[in-house]
Design a protein around this ligand. Structure first.
Ligand code: NDP
Length: 240
């Protein structure tokens, strides 16, 4: 396979078999990079290498990175996208509901960032992008576990920036608002209309609109952006 970007990078995206992760993988492929995705099931889009990994399991992450490194060389761009929700009001949320979501969304990101950082430090280059959510900073009734995990990513990225910033490594957070995915498609039309009213842009975003921002953050042009929270939310969370 030939890779056509002026500066092709090895990119790894967690959860690249569907939704936003799939769109991110497609965008990096379109820009000519070497793209690998992790998936627990299914496959990444055409032109990607799919490796099996569960972000709650450090050994499976290590094996996935080793497979990617053998095929494409050390990971230079990491997009921690894998995430879950388990929405319940506080009174009904069990400790397990809380810790399971944090284990995937926050500790899962920690695990992949830690594994990727070794190669990035050696190369003195790295781009780490963590997919958070507008609710991480806005809060959301019924999503205490999810919002806590997503705001935790901000502290993670900013601390990585302080630890590794002098080695050519950037770490940023992208905070999407409502995106047209399976998750939002199942919402009743009336609920969707209600949400749209609260978004200054008056519409949901396409997965592509998130993917392009992430690809740009990984580019050489974004070398001096680190520890930032970039909203892709049509103005919903203004003031972050
Ligand atoms: P989807 O539910 O469509 O996809 C989630 C992805 O995460 C899947 O690829 C899934 O893999 C993977 N995943 C979940 N758990 C694990 C795990 N333990 N190990 C490895 N992979 C796992 O979600 P979206 O595309 O909608 O969301 C992607 C990211 O964007 C998430 O972090 C989400 O929180 C965030 N986000 C989404 C918004 C939206 O409106 N959709 C808004 C704001 C943020 P598998 O298929 O194998 O389960």
């Amino acid at each position: 396979m030939t890779f056509s970007a002026p500066n092709p990078r090895t990119v790894l995206i967690t959860g690249g078999n569907r939704g936003i992760g799939l769109a991110i993988a497609e965008e990096f492929v379109a820009q000519g990079h070497r793209v690998a995705v992790t998936a627990r099931s299914g496959q990444g889009p055409e032109g990607t290498l799919t490796v099996r990994a569960d972000v709650t399991d450090a050994a499976s992450i290590d094996a996935a990175f080793t497979e990617v490194e053998a095929a494409y060389g050390p990971v230079e761009v990491l997009v921690a996208n894998a995430g879950i929700t388990r929405d319940l009001l506080l009174m009904r949320m069990t400790e397990e509901d809380f810790t399971d979501v944090v284990d995937t969304n926050l500790t899962g990101a920690f695990r992949v960032v830690k594994r990727a950082s070794k190669g990035m430090m050696k190369a003195r280059f790295g781009r780490i992008i963590l997919v958070s959510s507008v609710v991480g900073l806005l809060g959301s009734a019924g999503q205490i576990n999810y919002a806590a995990s997503k705001s935790g990513l901000v502290g993670l990225a900013r601390s990585v920036t302080r630890e590794l910033g002098s080695r050519g490594i950037t770490a940023n957070v992208v905070a999407p608002g409502f995106i047209e995915t399976e998750m939002t498609a199942v919402l009743p039309e009336a609920t969707q209309a209600e949400y749209r009213k609260s978004i200054p842009a008056g519409r949901f975003a396409t997965t592509d609109e998130v993917a392009k921002v992430i690809a740009w953050l990984a580019s050489d042009d974004a070398a001096y952006i680190s520890g930032a929270v970039i909203p892709v939310d049509g103005g919903l969370g203004m003031g972050h």
